[in-house]
Ligand binder design. Structure first.
Ligand code: A3P
Length: 380
């Protein structure tokens, strides 16, 4: 898999975002010019990112104002392409981020202080993050919350109980609010950051990382559905062909997918005490085995007394797709950044890609995967 060579953006021109309704262009703070980019081409001009009063009309995840000088200067030097939902994707440290997300990545890299006891749940988007967060939260807090009929997961979305590092704690502010998670030890965080972009304090600490990945075809299909849900009505849907092409070229949220997975795969081989590498498909096939693996890795294996009380079954039932997706909170709530909780639950199955991709697309993706993973010992 290869990504396109994108041109660095000169700072003295401005770009009109493609295919957005006019009010959106204004909201995003971009100054229009007659120039346009084609969907597959690098964007060659620089967005301006000033606050527009109308931007409050947009869901937060689409807003692009409020960038620091550091971030603006960085963006002007980065390859940039048209985004799937937000206007732009910028390639930073080898991986693609939206403008808003990039600011959060920088803030998090500059400010986050890891503790040795921290646990990071790492995924590429749509690999089963919500499920993993629920399971690890229930696992690590099983003494505090032994009653599965009156459990925080029944009243709150997993992304609130286990916040995203860059996408949650640092998305709005230079100063993260840890008050909600400080009460639990160890602290649990979710992140989509690639290994190379983890804050130094995480890299240099003794904290543990659980990485969950998923077959790229299913991950892509899930991401295509998810991003279409996030596109506001006037934007219309992204075509599956166009986004498939981008995903294959690596131009997707936190992509290239294969580079993301391989970074953590190799780290898990080199440092098995530090990184546990899991697959969505295996969690579906043998959830109890994977849960026991998780518990052992995180230093809290199940006792025989717990096994007799079927605690593992209780955790898996509480965190199952049917259970979580049918909760009132997950049908009606939304993240403070604007994404509806229900967008995180669709089908939760293995192999759904074949219902959306042509045999040629399936083969193309498999070929890329074979080539990228060749000789690494990792397979899908
Ligand atoms: P599908 O779109 O294939 O259904 P993420 O949590 O990383 O955003 O990933 C979302 C994907 O995980 C979606 O996949 C979603 O349906 C699935 N999912 C959410 N909760 C799940 C659960 N409890 N068990 C299994 N899959 C789940």
């Amino acid at each position: 898999m290869s990504t396109t060579e994108s041109c660095p953006l000169p700072t003295d021109h401005y770009l009109q975002p493609v295919s957005l309704p006019k009010f959106l262009q204004q909201d995003s703070g971009l100054t229009p010019t007659p120039e346009k980019s084609s969907s597959n081409q690098a964007i060659k001009t620089m967005p301006t990112l000033e606050k527009n009063p109308d931007s409050d009309l947009l869901p937060k995840y689409l807003r692009e104002e409020g960038l620091t000088q550091e971030c603006r200067e960085l963006i002007s030097s980065l390859p940039t392409e048209k985004g799937w939902v937000a206007n732009f994707l910028h390639k930073y440290q080898g991986f693609w981020h939206t403008t808003r997300q990039l600011q959060a990545v920088l803030t998090c890299q500059n400010h986050f202080q890891a503790q040795d006891s921290d646990i990071f749940l790492v995924t590429t988007p749509k690999s089963g993050t919500t499920w993993l967060k629920a399971i690890v939260f229930a696992l690590m807090n099983r003494v505090r919350y032994p009653n599965f009929k009156n459990h925080p997961l029944l009243a709150e979305n997993p992304h609130v109980l286990v916040p995203f590092l860059e996408l949650g704690l640092y998305i709005d502010s230079q100063i993260a609010d840890f008050t909600t998670i400080n009460t639990t030890s160890p602290r649990l965080f979710g992140t989509h950051l690639p290994l190379v972009s983890l804050p130094d304090s995480v890299k240099n600490s003794g904290c543990k990382l659980v990485y969950l990945c998923r077959d790229p075809k299913d991950t892509f299909v899930s991401l295509w559905h998810f991003t279409n849900k996030l596109r506001i009505k006037d934007m219309g849907e992204n075509s599956i062909e166009e986004t498939f092409d981008k995903f294959c070229r690596g131009v997707s949220l936190y992509g290239p997918f294969w580079d993301h997975v391989l970074g953590y795969w190799k780290e898990s081989l080199e440092k098995p005490q530090r990184v546990l590498f899991l697959k969505y498909e295996e969690m579906k096939e043998q959830p109890k085995v994977e849960l026991m693996k998780l518990a052992k890795f995180l230093g809290c294996p199940f006792s025989s007394e717990e096994e007799q009380r079927n605690v593992m079954d209780d955790i898996l039932k509480l965190c199952s797709f049917d259970s979580l997706s049918n909760l009132e909170v997950n049908k009606t709530g939304k993240l403070s950044s604007g994404e509806e909780y229900k967008a995180f639950f669709r089908r939760g199955e293995v192999g759904d890609a074949k219902n959306h991709l042509t045999p040629q697309m399936m083969e193309k993706m498999d070929k890329i995967t074979r080539e990228k993973l060749h000789g690494t010992g990792l397979m899908f």
